[in-house]
Design a protein around this ligand. Structure first.
Ligand SMILES: *Cc1c(COP(=O)(O)O)cnc(C)c1O
Length: 234
């Protein structure tokens, strides 16, 4: 167990170092990149280890799993983000559990999140998930529809758009993923220029264990890292 603790802490320190190095290498402030530790499938005690080691922001993919896990983690002052595919009928749980929902990709989902947020008197922060690769198996709205959706959501009182998220196609080579990251950044800048009321376009959620350094070089503000911190998932 002690060996385990040390393992996680060391992995985390290593990742924090790599984030810092990647940021500095392209003239960015290390604080401008937030680490989201992705704890899906990891049991609560493993998550506690991560929090004790210094993790402050965690990402979960499944509502049911998060609800169960959070029962034993409610005393910890950390920020929880939802990064999985969200079904409309789970929106009511999502707004209660998560500070930032990264995966809004339809007006239907946004309307439901708005309704559920209103019920609990919350302004729910969200990102819009983009499907740049146009992969039919992936969630996310296609590029050309993103501005329209952003404008529609901007009229919803209980939602606050904070930026964009992407889950690119899988490649072993981060250089193959890089164009997706730069496209997302360009989209972000383009939407930002439109200065849509009530919309802030500061966040870019992109980069995972295999490619987060390239993502940081392309402007990521939130990197979502699971395996490099918690080890392989089953
Ligand atoms: C699982 C997951 C991650 C983390 O992936 P790793 O390769 O383990 O770092 C990041 N983002 C999303 C959306 C995920 O589902």
């Amino acid at each position: 167990m002690i060996e385990n603790d040390r393992g996680l802490k060391q992995k985390l320190e290593n990742i924090m170092d790599r984030i810092k190095t990647a940021a500095l290498s392209c003239g960015r402030k290390p604080e401008s990149v937030r680490l989201l530790a992705v704890s899906k499938t990891m049991p609560a005690d493993k998550v506690k280890e991560a929090i004790d080691a210094g993790v402050t922001t965690l990402g979960e993919n499944y509502i049911q799993e998060a609800r169960e896990k959070f029962n034993s983690l409610s005393s910890y002052n950390v920020s929880w983000h939802f990064i999985g595919h969200l079904q409309t009928n789970k929106a009511k749980y999502a707004v209660r559990l998560f500070d930032l929902i990264h995966t809004v990709d339809s007006l239907k989902l946004a309307l439901e999140l708005n309704k559920q947020s209103k019920k609990i008197n919350k302004i729910q922060q969200i990102l819009i998930q983009i499907n740049i690769g146009r992969e039919s198996s992936k969630s996310g709205i296609y590029e050309q529809n993103a501005l329209k959706l952003t404008k529609e959501i901007s009229g919803l009182e209980n939602l606050a758009v904070k930026g964009l998220m992407i889950m690119p196609p899988f490649f072993d080579d981060p250089e193959k993923v890089r164009p997706y990251f730069s496209t997302l950044r360009n989209m972000r800048d383009h939407i930002k220029e439109e200065a849509v009321k009530n919309v802030s376009m500061e966040e870019l959620s992109m980069g995972m264990t295999g490619d987060f350094e390239a993502a940081i070089e392309e402007g990521a503000t939130l990197v979502r890292i699971g395996t490099a911190i918690f080890g392989k998932r089953n």
